[in-house]
Every structure is written in C-alpha cells, then in structure tokens.
Design a protein around this ligand. Structure first.
Ligand SMILES: *Cc1c(COP(=O)(O)O)cnc(C)c1O
Length: 392
C-alpha cells in the first residue's frame, strides 16, 4: 500500500518563494514565443521599462535569467576586482553567506558582524572606513530574511558614497514590500527579484546598476563574459535592435511582466502600506499571545516577514509539522545559524494582507498548543485586530 498523498497547503505563509498572484499564474501559461520574434522583442523592451519604473531608476535595469542567488553571485564576480578590499556587513545568514562569494574575487574581505537579531550600526561602518580607508566595496543585505530584520541601508549608503566606495546590496526580500530603491540609497549594484514581495515566481533576478558600477565592471578584466554570471553581456539586451547573450526565460518574463503590472497599478505606496500593516498586526499578536519576537527591537523588525523565537524546550520541527499537518499552513524555518531558534511567517506580495496575520497567528498558536506550549490565541488575535482596525 502506498502512503497517502500529501495535500497542498491551504495557506503558504513562507518567506519565499511566496504565493504567486493569480494574474502571474495566468501569464506564465502564455504561449512560449521564439525570443527573436518581433512580438517578443517588443514585449521584452516593455518589461524592462516597467522594471525601470518599479525600481525608480534613471538608467536601464538588467534582468538576469535565474533566481536572485544568481544575481548575488554575478554581482560579486562582476563588481569585485582582484585587488579590492571588501567590507562585508553581516547581520544574518545571507550577510554571512555573501562573504564566501566576496572572498572568491576580492584581495581581502573584512567582516563587520552583529548578533543575528540586531542591525548594522552606521557608526560602525564609518569607523571601519577610518580604520581601513582602502575599502572599495561594501556589501549589505537590506532585509536578512532568516532573521526578519532590516538594516539602515540609506544611512550606510550615504557613508559608503562619501568614501567613494561601491555599495552592493541584496534587497531581494525587501524591494516591492517597502520604500527601498537603488538611487536614493546610493546602491551601485542593487539585487532583487520577482519571487518575494512582487508576488512572482522564482526564476529571474532584477538588477539596478549605477553608471559608476557599470564603469567599474567594464574596467574589471575578471568580470565574467560569455557566462551565466555575466552582467555585462546582458547590459543592453533589453533593446530590440540588440541580441541576447542566450535565450531569456520566456515564461518567467511573462510572469514578471504581470507582477510588475500589478505592483504599478495598485500603487507602490499602497503595496508597502499593506505589508507594513500586516507586519504590525503580526508582531502585536505574537507578543500578546505570550511569545517573543526574534528581532531585538520593533525598530529593526521587517515589514515583509516576522520571526518568532522558539521557547526553550520546544522543537521547531515539531511546531512546523503541527502547523502544516493540522491547519495546512506552510511557514519557513530558520536557516544555518538561526535554524531551530525561530520560525518565520512571510507576508510578501499576495499574503501581505492584514487578515493573513490573523490566520497565521491563529494557526501558529494552535500548533504551539498542540505541542505543549501555553499561548493565548484569543489575546493574540484581539491584538492583531486592534492594530488592523486602528488603521481603518
Ligand atoms: C530569498 C532571498 C534570496 C534568494 O535566495 P533563495 O535561493 O531564493 O532563498 C537572497 N537573499 C535574500 C535576503 C533572500 O531573502
């Protein structure tokens, strides 16, 4: 006898890939055109214009044909030259991970690390430049998703720009869910994608590239060419009179187009507001229920995901099996250094709806109870509803 089939979840409250908007799903099912079909060439140009508008760029963005880890590795390979000193700012798992890529290309990587429930202090970045004026590239994860904490990118970007260095930013899980864009934050390479707050599918990278970053990459003899990691090869691929380095992921481009249409039509400010409200309702509910947030303070807590600390004696795997098994709610675990210490509920794209916080809290509370942790579900949902109603 075979095991019973596992049913699909009722709610996906993960931190990415996230639930996708229905319009994105429909777009993904369009006929796959030949990439040199004039209709596709014109369409690809339009998608790039929409990405430029969403990123609020004054120059053209770049679309890379793979989910954003490709973009991060490509950014490290292209921007960091072999005699560069890199300051890697690590406030979480992704920040820590970036040092591995940076070390592959840099002369030296200096690391500034803080506990993974805190944010980088801009004053510490200033101090790092004082100690090492030869820092050329600074890398930062804006929202370190496995901690659900936000770094002060704009302040750090200003310091990096003032020292003439280059700012390389992972904004994969914050862009589209809050007010963050490459140019106001002095980001020279800004890496994001459709599969988090834009509610698209995992398969593409969106890059904002400053003119000075283009110049640095073009002058870097080691920057990849004729490679899946090449940013330079894709530079003007959006132009219908140019060729592509290789076949773009045609279906993913349709999905991205639909996600960008939704984002721009709803209005970015409104999209950010519902991410923020959902997060505030979530956090109020977690605390009222008698649980602890992972983030050291409200000020560093993310508007696009919420991390809940696992109380002593509780097994996070058991908790996640309970919430998925009993209620059909899929959530995210910690990763590496945060594994076992927290669980994360994402509110990105279509799940950044205030009532999703109530659903998440109710299911999380029920799962905690089922495995023997006392929580006050009623107080949690009341607190969340109070936040939601105060915003009406
Ligand atoms: C999701 C995410 C990425 C992309 O990596 P995945 O393989 O999709 O997990 C990169 N950086 C951050 C901060 C992310 O949240």
């Amino acid at each position: 006898m075979s095991a019973p089939a596992i049913e699909d979840p009722v709610f996906t409250l993960s931190c990415g890939p996230v639930e996708v908007y229905p319009a994105v799903l429909r777009a993904l099912s369009k006929p796959v055109l030949y990439h040199y079909d004039p209709a596709f060439l014109a369409f690809y140009e339009k998608v790039n214009e929409k990405a430029k508008a969403a990123l609020r760029l004054s120059n053209a963005p770049v679309i890379l044909q793979g989910e954003p880890v490709l973009g991060l590795e490509a950014a490290a390979a292209s921007l960091i030259a072999r005699d560069d000193v890199v300051l890697n700012l690590a406030s979480g798992v992704y920040g820590k991970l970036f040092a591995f890529w940076a070390a592959r290309y840099a002369r030296e990587v200096i690391e500034l690390e803080v506990p993974f429930n805190e944010a980088i202090d801009p004053a510490a970045v200033e101090a790092a430049f004082k100690a090492r004026p030869d820092i050329r590239v600074v890398s930062l994860v804006h929202h370190d998703t496995p901690s659900a904490t936000i770094n002060p990118l704009a302040e750090i970007g200003r310091i990096v720009a003032a020292h003439g260095a280059y700012m390389l930013v992972d904004a994969v899980s914050s862009f589209g869910g809050m007010d963050v864009h490459p140019e106001p934050t002095h980001s020279d390479l800004f890496v994001t994608g459709p599969n988090k707050c834009l509610g698209g599918s995992p398969g593409l990278t969106l890059l904002g590239v400053s003119e000075r970053a283009w110049a640095k990459m073009e002058a870097n003899p080691d920057a990849p060419r004729a490679s899946i990691l090449s940013i330079l090869d894709w530079k003007e691929a959006w132009r219908s009179d140019r060729g592509y380095p290789f076949t773009p992921s045609v279906s993913e481009i349709y999905g991205l187009d639909a996600a960008l249409d939704l984002y721009l039509a709803e209005g970015p400010e409104r999209v950010w507001a519902r991410h923020d409200l959902t997060a505030r309702a979530f956090r109020a509910g977690v605390v009222a229920m008698g649980l602890d947030l992972w983030a050291a303070s409200e000020a560093v807590a993310s508007p696009t995901a919420t991390a809940v600390r696992i109380p002593d004696g509780i097994d996070d795997g058991e908790l996640r099996r309970a919430i998925r098994g009993r209620y059909g709610v899929m959530i995210s675990a910690g990763m590496r250094e945060t594994a076992g210490k927290l669980v994360r509920l994402g509110h990105m794209g279509p799940t950044a709806r205030p009532l999703h916080a109530v659903i998440g809290l109710t299911a999380l509370g029920g799962a905690f109870r089922a495995i023997g942790q006392k929580v006050d579900i009623g107080a949690g949902t009341e607190a969340a509803m109070a936040v939601i109603d105060a915003a009406m």
